[in-house]
Structures are given as structure tokens and as C-alpha cells.
Design a protein around this ligand. Sequence first.
Ligand SMILES: Nc1ncnc2c1ncn2[C@@H]1O[C@H](COP(=O)(O)OP(=O)(O)OP(=O)(O)O)[C@@H](O)[C@H]1O
Ligand SMILES: [Mg+2]
Length: 372
Amino acid sequence: MSEGKKNLGAVGVEIRDLVKTFPAYGQKNGEVFAANHVSLSVEPGEMVTLLGPSGCGKTTLLRMVAGFLMPSSGEIRIGDREVTRIPPNKRNVGMMFQSYALFPHMTVYDNVAYGLKLKHMGKPEIRDRVRAILQLMQIEEYASRFPNEISGGQQQRVALARAVVTEPSVLLFDEPLSNLDAKLREYMREELRKIQKRVGITSLYVTHDQSDAMAISDKVIFMRSGTIEQTGTAMEIYARPRNQFVAGFIGKANFVRPDAVHSVSGGQAEITLLGRRMTIGASEECGSEKSCVVMIRPEDVKISAEGAFRARILSKAYFGQYIRHSLEIGGCEIEQMDFTQSNAALQEGDEITVSFVTDSLRLLPGEDKMEI
Ligand SMILES: Nc1ncnc2c1ncn2[C@@H]1O[C@H](COP(=O)(O)OP(=O)(O)OP(=O)(O)O)[C@@H](O)[C@H]1O
Ligand SMILES: [Mg+2]
């Protein structure tokens, strides 16, 4: 299939009201809801990420789609087939795990051919299919090597080749990049995304790494304690997180309690923040009865001579593309990211003025347990 061409045979995944409980250890008759009435859909050819903190139920959900785990209730559909109680080998899904789980005693070729042999496919057809997929992944030259004779990144491509060679309808990934160092990880996720788009295969990708999720997904599903908190593109979730928890998990954010919330309506809030009245965006869930916080992304704090807020530089750190300043503003510590480099001469202890990009500030329901 040529680059960018849609896979016309791609099918979607539909999860409806899925529940999975496990017995809670140490509690008589207690249950943990690893999936608590989860509904979601993955469109044909789409790459969707399940993102969330450790223990929120991502792997459990993926294993139920693969068929390794039976749901307590609910329904899973792949294309127009209900597969909830169908065994894994009859679901036509491919899975790629954190450890690539390549067979160490088999060559790259045999690793990739394995799934086709299980299907009792004829030798010539196996050879054609394996060759084509090795070529697609650009690893033909390693066909006769063993896994320990190729690099981590190449192993990952072999694992991906093995997962897609059987032409599954759906590809499931469980943290496939977590073993790699930061640089290789970034490179490999670009590669993965390119190949996924090229093959046009419907994919569900589990990670607790927000930058992986943002870099590769068409859609991000943010999970917490077995439920879905928010669904949207990475950009939507970053700019308009539903609450403080999501905002704090996706990207960096400062949270400041407003002095007063005067009104909230139509997605906007009239507030007083650090002694100044302003209009900012607001989550639909910010009623007057809820304790709300203002999200200020570090890049939305601008150092400017005309700024209305007096600030003092507590510390600074250089990161190449940007300088991070920790600022004290009206008794609050606020992190600022400066991409302009024009303020490079500023030092710790300097008194400055700053402004906020008020269009980007957002009033959100606060977390009881999160520090602000
Ligand atoms: N076999 C099991 N028996 C009992 N509890 C389980 C079992 N498998 C998972 N759980 C519980 O279900 C919840 C969800 O676990 P799951 O492995 O799906 O989390 P996760 O989001 O994949 O986390 P991580 O990012 O750490 O991999 C956790 O509270 C976990 O302890
Ligand atoms: Mg997991």
C-alpha cells in the first residue's frame, strides 16, 4: 500500500458499557473496578491512545479487547462482529507489548513468519508475505539475524512486523516504547506512527507517557480509576482540560486559586486573579459551589515591561530551546517558560513585570488532594 493511502478494509472498534472487577485484596467481598462502565469507539484506520496514571485500567481494557481477559459485563465489537466472548485467536487482532517478546532462538524471518505458520499457510505465500512486510519496515537485511544481533529499535520493528504480518483488523500496543531511552523513543514513535498511517490499521495504544500520546494519536482517551475522564485530540485536551487532574497530567501547568469568581457562563468566567479582574475560559463543570483553580500554562506567562503583575525571579534554568523561570507573583510561585531568549540576561532576585495570555487561562474544578 502506498504512503497515505487509506486502508479501505479497516474496521472500527466499539466498546459499550464495559465493566471489569477484580477482588480487592485484604477486603472481604471488596471489589476493584479496573473498568467502570467504559464506552469508547475507535474509527476505522484511527490511532487512539489510552492515557492515564499507573493502575487506572489501561492494560485491563486492552486485554479485554484482545480477548485475554473476560469482562464482567458489557460489549466489545470489532467491525460489525460482537467479539466479547470470542477467544483471542478468533478475533483477528495483533498485539505488541512493552517487552517485544521476540523468540530469541528464531531468526528475524522466523519470528515474523511464526503467526503465518500457525495459520497453516503455504510456504511460498509465507515467504512472499514476510518479505513484503520486512521491506515495508526496512529490515530485510536483518532477516537471517537473531534478535540479540540487532538493535533495540530494529527489534521493535521486527515486533511490529510480526504483529501486522497476519493482517489483523486491529493492532493493540501496550507501552511498546517504555524500554527505550528518550532519544530512541522519540524516533521510534515517529516511525510507528508513519507505519501505522501507511498500513492504515486501526490501533489502540496504551501509555502513561503524555508526550507519546500527544505525538502519535488521532484521539486521546484519558482514563482515571477505571473510567474515562476526557476524550479529544491532544490539542483539545491540552488547551481545554476538563479539570485540574487532567491539566496537571497533560503538559505542565501552574494552578492558582482565584481571589474571587464573579460569574461563570457559556464557557467563560469573570474572576479576580492576583488582585486583577479578568475574563478567562472556564470548564463547563465550574459551578460557584465547586472549588475551582486557574490553570496557567508556563508558556502563557510573558515577561514584559508593560505587564500588570509584579514578579520576582526565584530561580532560572536553561534548557536550550527555552529558559524556565520560577517566579514569585503575589505570594504564589509560578513557573514560566521563555522561548524568546530575549530575557536571557535576567538573574535570580530580579524584579520584573509579567502579563498572562488570558485567552489561554482556564478556570477548572480543583482537586482536593493536588497541591497548588
Ligand atoms: N489480575 C488482577 N487481579 C487483581 N487486580 C488486578 C489484576 N489486574 C489488574 N488489577 C488491578 O486493576 C487496576 C488496573 O490495572 P491495569 O493493569 O489495567 O492498570 P494500568 O493502567 O495498565 O497501569 P500501568 O500504567 O501501571 O501499567 C489496578 O488497580 C490493578 O491493581
Ligand atoms: Mg499497564
